[in-house]
Ligand binder design. Sequence first.
Ligand code: NDP
Length: 497
Amino acid sequence: MSETTYDLPDGRLFVGGKWETGSGAEIVSTFSHDGSENRRLSGASVEDGLRAIARAKAAQSDPAWLDLLPHQRARYLARIADGIEANVDRISYIQTRDTGKTRTETTALAMSAAGTFRYFAAVLETADEDLTARRGDCLTLSVHEPIGLVGAITPWNSPIASDAQKVAPALAAGNAVLLKPSSWSPLVSLELARIIEEAGLPEGLFSVLPGSGREIGNLLVEHPDIGRISFTGGTETGRRIGEQAGRKLMPLSLELGGKSPTIVFSDADMDQAIAGVLFGIFSSSGQSCIAGSRLFVAREIYDTFVARLVEATEKLVVGSPFEAATQVAPLVTFEHREAVEAYIALAREEGGRVLTGGERPEGDAYAQGAYLKPTIIEGLTNDSRTCREEIFGPVLVVLPFEDEADVIAQSNDNDYGLACGIWTKDFARAWRLARAIDAGTVWINTYKQFSISTPFGGDGASGIGREKGRQGMRVYQRQKAIYHGLGDGPLPWARLS
Ligand code: NDP
């Protein structure tokens, strides 16, 4: 693992292609391993946001951008991908400082962001328009045009990857993008701005506006010139943004929270299932929308499986995100650790038994950081609040199930519908469950694997719409039908003679 340290972005914002000091409320980025301050910066004010919108509008409607052919526009995306790849170590360092995530994970996230830009460059170059089947004396076409200005609002847990998942397809589609990262992790998005600027994207097409969600996020949602919002974050925020977008009749996508079930049948490969369950919930310290946070284990293997799971959990290495051996790093902030601890207290009140964890690790190495031990809780019912609500931390609840019908019913008895894991050697059963469970993504004998070419998103309280995949670019475009008349004479309706 790289030992190199890098300068953090200087805290200026990227306002419509210009580096400017923000005039909004102060944002303090801290390193949750030791509480040290990364950077203190002035966030974007509404005035900063309005300037960015005006510059974006001018740049997006400029023929120098608007009239580019797809393969010409794709070159910018490919250059951004190159820029990210050339800076992976720097991005990983900044993101680890910003979020407390391990270098291993932030390196993977940076590589995935480069892959996302490269993928959408390819999608753009190969996206054909449709000549539809003729049903009359017309040539009929279905074509796609940019929406104009896109607002992208992202959370703190995987900034570079979630930024790329919105910015790459929206730029590919021919739009200008205004990105509002989370106030807890503003730095890595500013680094992305530097890379995009270096790639030569015409000025004004991209902005990074860290700032208060209620102010600058709200401005993007409400402003009449913003034609689409792509939001990733919590369900309550998503609901509010959805209501605002509804009033504006503005299309949007919402990637929201989850409480994803993982199901272990008695015929599963035990080692594979244990490793998969651990990775599913405790990697990223559980701060992942697709965390497998509700574990259902077949009654006949429940005791043995849970005993082995607890043993394996206690062997996980909790430590500094800069140590190569670390598997569970600190939580993003001290404030967030308190929110997760409140859920552990709630679980106890609801009758849950903490089988392991449930407390902060002891020792000098952890004393200054937002650390929390990986926690497993049993003895709760599926309708308890601990089982229904997203905790977004290293907390797993374990429940037994009787048979297929029971586990389908329990899995689906939840407002969220983001992901699901199934561990079994029975192919037919895996197929039946994969189709029966309400989730945007199902993993069978694996977990938390991702491909940019496979659409991702959730249902119910987990959101609306899909990102990634070939269609991932089209959602940032308007579809237009063109009928080109081929007849020689006038339409027969009018009586001209
Ligand atoms: P939040 O909903 O609190 O914030 C997400 C973003 O929205 C932030 O940039 C925030 O800004 C902004 N925001 C807050 N209020 C408003 C508002 N009124 N109008 C516009 N924007 C606003 O979520 P978190 O940052 O806490 O992220 C964690 C959540 O994200 C979890 O629920 C997780 O499941 C979900 N998530 C979903 C994913 C998916 O793909 N389904 C992937 C990753 C995370 P500010 O920081 O300034 O408050």
